[in-house]
Design a protein around this ligand. Structure first.
Ligand code: C2E
Ligand code: CA
Length: 420
């Protein structure tokens, strides 16, 4: 048997996994549930008020956890600010109630050494339906806990197998991505025409990266770009992609096509001090005119970049296109203040223009402001004739979307350029 009091004192002092292993072994043939619980902002509290207050917070939460227990449950300190609770022979509802009580108990402003402290907890719950090792059970509850964090903290999530699949796939994709970036054989670039309704010509294209992986086939950029950013591989990838794009620009220019090229860049690339040096070298190599290059960045990305970086882009003659305008934050004030040469209105607004008058008014306002700023307006995601006609009436000149053309390989783009 345990000396619970001894265990509780230890719990508040330091993590001790031996008790956890022992408790699990004794109960593993019963129905158990494991809850992985993490204090949401202990690091902030430590940084702001020091470790002594941080330790007091741990003791405060430990006590709340201990108070929530009965004879069929137990709590263990697992790591710095991580706790594990094990429930034996309890229903899902019992466990849920217990966790909800702990959360509402924790979610209060309290005083330690005359300081007001506020903290919340996030939890992941796993109820194994078959025999699994303790390590595996903890891993799964931990995955569920991370989902709680991602959803905004201060909540609990039940583990499901899809989460496990997603995390294993992510780990595997990172390996594939690393190899693909090193070998630089699986990536390619497609170009989506931007059509000018007045001149009836394709006057620009947006370059979009594609990844055809040996194991998983085509993986969309919405999936692999964030992974590249997360792993720091984006810089090398970005440079390789730009190299491919420049090669294509070179061959298009030699064929006599004079168009603008919109290139998506991650702000991580721009922040790198070598970025423009590398770009310059490549430009010289391929004889590229930087005036034809628009770097696409979203509003948040531009706002997070240091002003000197933006100025560097402009001074060198390249231009900035404000990508995805109309989603997320999107402020007209920023449009007026940022040094942008083009505004790209996102599909989100275009999808509404048929039935929502406000969307049409917004587009007119953007066209008006862009005119005053001498910036181009491009609308993205135009999918049908009705949208196209409305946009034309609203004064939009540049149209991009499946209605005009899907993104295509350079060989097919050349055919389009010849015949429009
Ligand atoms: P984005 O910059 O907003 O690119 C527009 C996306 O909308 C593209 O998706 C394009 O294929 C899609 N699209 C265009 N017209 C239509 C339409 O009419 N209907 C619909 N449903 N979709 C349309 P894609 O190619 O999957 O790219 C997704 C995102 O990945 C891009 O969003 C961009 O942010 C990022 N990305 C793509 N290539 C690169 C790259 O080389 N570097 C970086 N940093 N990001 C890239
Ligand atoms: Ca874009």
């Amino acid at each position: 048997m345990y000396d619970k009091n001894y265990h509780y004192v230890k719990l508040m002092e330091q993590p001790d996994r031996r008790y956890l292993n022992k408790y699990y072994k004794e109960n593993k043939n019963k129905e158990i549930a494991l809850v992985f619980l993490d204090i949401d902002n202990l690091k902030l509290i430590n940084d702001a008020y020091g470790h002594i207050i941080g330790d007091e917070v741990l003791i405060y939460i430990s006590k709340k956890l201990i108070n929530s227990l009965d004879d069929n449950s137990m709590v263990f300190r697992f790591g710095g600010d991580e706790f594990i609770l094990i429930f034996v022979n309890k229903t899902k509802e019992d466990i849920q109630n217990c966790i909800e009580n702990i959360m509402s108990d924790a979610n209060k402003v309290f005083r330690i050494n005359n300081k007001e402290i506020y903290t919340t907890v996030s939890a992941g719950i796993y109820i194994p339906s078959r025999k699994e090792s303790l390590e595996e059970i903890i891993r799964k509850a931990n995955i569920a806990m991370y989902h709680s964090k991602q959803k905004g903290k201060n909540r609990y999530t039940f583990f499901n197998e899809d989460m496990d699949y997603a995390i294993k796939k992510k780990a595997d994709l990172i390996i594939e991505l690393k190899k693909a970036v090193e070998e630089d054989k699986e990536f390619y670039v497609v170009y989506q025409p931007i059509y000018n309704v007045k001149s009836r010509k394709i006057e620009a294209v947006e370059a979009l990266a594609r990844w055809n992986n040996n194991k998983y086939s085509e993986i969309p950029p919405s999936e692999f770009i964030p992974l590249l950013e997360e792993t720091g591989l984006i810089e090398k990838f970005g440079l390789n992609i730009i190299k491919r794009i420049f090669r294509d620009i070179d061959s298009l220019t030699k064929k006599g096509f004079d168009i603008r090229f919109n290139i998506n860049v991650s702000p991580i690339q721009l922040r790198n001090n070598d970025f423009f040096y590398q770009i310059n070298t490549l430009m010289k190599k391929y004889g590229i005119n930087i005036k034809n290059i628009f770097f696409e960045l979203t509003e948040t990305q531009i706002l997070n970049l240091k002003e000197d970086k933006i100025n560097e882009v402009i001074e060198r003659g390249a231009k900035i296109a404000l990508d995805d305008f109309g989603t997320g934050y999107s402020s007209i004030i920023n449009v007026m203040q940022l040094p942008i040469s083009e505004i790209k209105i996102n599909k989100f607004i275009i999808d509404k223009i048929e039935e929502d008058e406000k969307a049409r008014i917004l587009i007119q306002a953007i066209v008006y402001i862009a005119g005053k700023l001498r910036a181009e307006v491009v609308v993205e995601g135009v999918e049908n004739k009705k949208q196209y006609d409305i946009l034309k009436k609203l004064g939009i000149k540049n149209i991009q979307g499946y209605f005009i053309s899907k993104p295509k390989r350079v060989e097919d783009l050349i055919i389009d350029l010849k015949y429009t």
